[in-house]
Design a protein around this ligand. Structure first.
Ligand code: PMT
Length: 396
């Protein structure tokens, strides 16, 4: 793989040459792009020696082959990692500023995988503006390698350290094992469904869509065309390989998913679909019913995953999710069998940091032949990488 390593001006830049060496050792080609401030912490000669390539730092370097070399680098690179990433480069990325070689390259690279390893003082990391920028970058599919806790260069202890190069390599390793899914079409369902009670109320659930959007992003980065059918969510996604279909109810999701599935080679159903809906939707706002209250009659929604299980041909791979609160493995195995799946991804609400709304998840992937693959608590982007590599890796 061709990997671009961005370096910005933080003390952790002294560790970046080791990361470059590890990437080279793993068989990758590396080119380094540094900011002016980064070169206060690490010399061009060191980076050029470990990467085996000249370093890019200046937008208008007369040694460049041509003046838009920083842009042509985007065609060369398959993936970019910025380590360390300062609050400054994070802010520039989040607001679309390109005023040097690295920030300009990052803006042109947004449709390929970018990993950021933020490193800064704890107060800076916790600053609401930095957290807002990080949250936005996550939303548009940038992978954030969480900073570690420990002693910081400023003499304090807290969160903000750049993880060790070996730890960054671990995060990158599943991304660099990417199966090539170009030419494949994959259906992904995401988010909640809303089942209308009247013109202002609905039955819904806590799904944010983060897991499904992470899957869509990773699949698109692997080259797949993604049909993303999503329930109501505030999330945005912007990748040329992703076709987004917004729906509201389980029946609308059913229509969109069953229409798309026959043209897809795989489907991953991560949506939290309402199993029931009110038997009747009032077209006006229902008024208070008095002290005796109100009874809603619910009728069953179609099971989208089970329907795709009956439609599935031998060449298609069907992956479902199971969100459980007890008897997790047992229930997941039953769903795998009953819905005729190839894989089921189990997540449990008993695991802290897993499930609805959060940016992290911990899953066990169970395959039809009984094999299991459990992940630690990872970001949803990393979990998506694990799912795609494990379930679709051999099919590329
Ligand atoms: O969106 P996030 O906030 O990131 O949260 C992610 C998540 C917790 C929603 C996700 O990781 C997850 O677990 N999704 C599945 C939730 C769920 O509804 O699980 P279930 O065990 O009830 O359903 C089993 C499977 O059948 C799921 O693949 C579901 O999409 C599918 N299903 C369920 C009911 C139905 N009527 N149709 C379906 O297709």
């Amino acid at each position: 793989m061709n990997i671009l390593v961005g370096i910005t001006g933080g003390i952790a830049a002294y560790k970046t040459p080791l990361l470059v060496r590890l990437l080279r050792k793993a068989g990758h080609q590396v080119k380094c792009v540094a900011t002016r401030h980064a070169l206060q912490f690490v010399t061009p000669l060191t980076l050029e020696t470990v990467s085996g390539n000249k370093i890019y730092a200046d937008l208008f370097d007369s040694n460049n082959d041509h003046t838009t070399e920083h842009i042509s680098l985007k065609d060369w690179g398959d993936m970019m990692v910025v380590a360390p990433a300062t609050a400054n480069i994070i802010g520039k990325m989040a607001t679309g500023i390109g005023d040097d070689a690295l920030s300009t390259l990052l803006l042109s690279f947004m449709r390929k995988p970018i990993y950021l390893a933020p490193a800064m003082n704890t107060q800076m990391w916790e600053c609401p503006a930095v957290q807002r920028n990080i949250e936005y970058l996550r939303c548009i599919g940038i992978h954030i390698i969480e900073p570690a806790s420990g002693d910081l260069a400023c003499g304090t202890t807290g969160t903000g350290r750049m993880p060790e190069p070996e730890e960054i390599m671990q995060v990158l390793s599943s991304a660099t094992r990417k199966p090539d899914l170009s030419g494949k079409r994959v259906l992904v369902t995401a988010g909640p469904t809303y089942e209308r009670i009247d013109s202002v109320r609905f039955i819904g659930n806590y799904s944010s869509g983060k897991m499904g959007f992470a899957l869509a992003q990773v699949l698109a980065e692997h080259g797949a065309h993604v049909e993303l059918v999503t329930g109501p969510t505030a999330l945005k996604i912007n990748h040329p390989n992703i076709h987004r279909v917004d729906i509201e109810s389980a029946r609308e999701m059913y229509e969109a998913a069953t229409a798309a599935f026959p043209t897809c080679q795989a489907a991953i159903l991560s949506a939290a679909v309402a199993d029931f809906r009110p038997d009747h939707t009032a077209d006006h706002k229902l008024k208070k019913q008095g002290a005796e209250g109100m009874t809603l009659t619910l009728v069953q929604n179609p099971d989208i995953l089970a329907t795709l299980g009956t439609m599935k041909t031998q060449d298609q791979t069907l992956i479902g999710f199971a969100l459980e609160t007890d008897n997790e493995m047992d229930n997941a195995h039953k769903k795998l069998e009953k819905k005729k799946l190839d894989y089921i991804v189990l997540n449990s609400l008993r695991d802290a940091g897993a499930g609805f709304g959060v940016d992290t998840n911990r899953v066990t992937i169970i395959s039809r032949d009984g094999k299991t693959h459990a992940t630690p608590l990872l970001t949803k982007g990393q979990v998506a990488e694990e799912i795609v590599n494990y379930c679709l890796g051999s099919k590329s």
